[in-house]
Design a protein around this ligand. Structure first.
Ligand SMILES: C[S@@+](CC[C@H](N)C(=O)[O-])C[C@H]1O[C@@H](n2cnc3c(N)ncnc32)[C@H](O)[C@@H]1O
Length: 313
């Protein structure tokens, strides 16, 4: 079988369907061994059903980990797979579920992957939740982070932190300007030289804590959804998050693949950064709306021709 793409751009293709089936399709299997980065946020392992539908508990764990070997087969020898996984809470109890961590661990083991580094994404604009424990009983603090595991078949996948340097802080800029650094021993016993840290390397090396306020309420996708009365994807990630890993782990022309595309944040970020991309999304409605990131007219045509029938798993 050779499935047709639902939408194409100069650099990418969006496919509608279940990724576990699509990856066996001839249209997709030609990318085996050619993908530089799989960047994805799978449906979260909730203990209750959400709008876009999630498997729960052990069933979820088994499903996600079963995908690990086949997804790994798509990677180039120095490719990476980055998975964002939200937190989950036990139903009706102020207890955080270990399922997301177990899922990542099982995925890493089943895929025979190295954990290159764990990142934490902190959404500083996240509203307080879980409401009962945070706002009502005040016995937990706000759950505002998600885990991001960067894994790879190789211990040294392609990566350069030079591509993701942050602007220097004001203090660091001053030090560089004066070419002086507060040298000497740090509490960690690390001995810092007088000038080595006062050099301008084009920016500061970022930490593995990524802080982005996920507040974007304007943009072609949001406007299209609002004007057409279509619900915004409830779990879309900030474009800046996808951009960070795409810049860090790929070069222009490389292929980026998101098997759980949602509103196609990954494809959009990849296109802006001149990377090729493949996205899969089970819901035709989410897929059709995501086209608005690229073209309002083509999104309207997708709804006219295929309908956003709300098929969701
Ligand atoms: C957490 S969301 C991804 C959000 C996305 N990163 C974004 O920024 O919009 C997970 C998505 O996976 C989709 N999905 C669930 N099961 C799927 C499957 N078997 N194959 C493909 N997509 C699936 C859901 O419909 C949902 O849109």
């Amino acid at each position: 079988m050779k499935t047709q793409a639902f939408f194409r751009t100069r650099l990418g293709s969006l496919y509608v369907g279940r990724c576990e089936e699509l990856i066996k399709d001839r249209a997709i299997s030609r990318y085996l061994g050619k993908v530089q980065l799989i960047f994805t946020s799978p449906p979260f392992p909730l203990n209750r059903k959400k709008a876009y539908g999630n498997r729960t508990g052990k069933e979820y764990l088994e499903w996600i980990q079963s995908l690990a070997p086949s997804l790994r087969d798509f990677l180039t020898p120095d490719g990476s797979i980055v998975i964002e996984m939200g937190n989950a809470w036990e139903k009706g109890r102020p207890v955080q579920s270990t399922l997301p961590t177990e899922t990542l661990l099982e995925f890493q083991k089943k895929g025979n992957l190295n954990l290159c580094q764990e990142f934490t994404y902190y959404n500083s604009a996240r509203l307080p939740s879980p409401i009962q424990w945070v706002n009502v009983e005040r016995i937990r603090v706000k759950d505002a982070t998600t885990k991001i595991w960067w894994m790879a078949p190789s211990e040294r996948p392609k990566a350069s932190n030079r591509n993701v340097l942050k602007e220097y802080s004001h203090a660091q800029k001053e030090l560089i300007r004066k070419r002086r650094y507060n040298a000497g021993k740090r509490p960690s016993e690390y001995n810092i030289g007088a000038t080595s840290f006062a050099v301008d390397n084009g920016g500061a090396i970022p930490p593995n804590l990524i802080e982005i306020a996920n507040t974007t309420s304007s943009g072609p996708y949001q406007t299209f959804c609002r004007d057409s009365g279509i619900p915004l994807h409830p779990a879309r990630m900030p474009v800046a998050l996808a951009e960070f890993f795409i810049k860090f782990l790929t070069d222009e022309g490389d292929i980026v693949f998101d098997p759980f595309g949602g509103s196609n944040t990954t494809g959009w970020a990849a296109e802006q950064l001149k990377r090729r991309w493949i996205t899969m999304e089970f819901s035709k409605e989410y897929a059709a709306a995501s086209i608005a990131r690229f073209s309002k007219e083509k999104a309207e045509a997708a709804f006219r021709n295929h309908g956003g029938n709300g098929d969701q798993c």
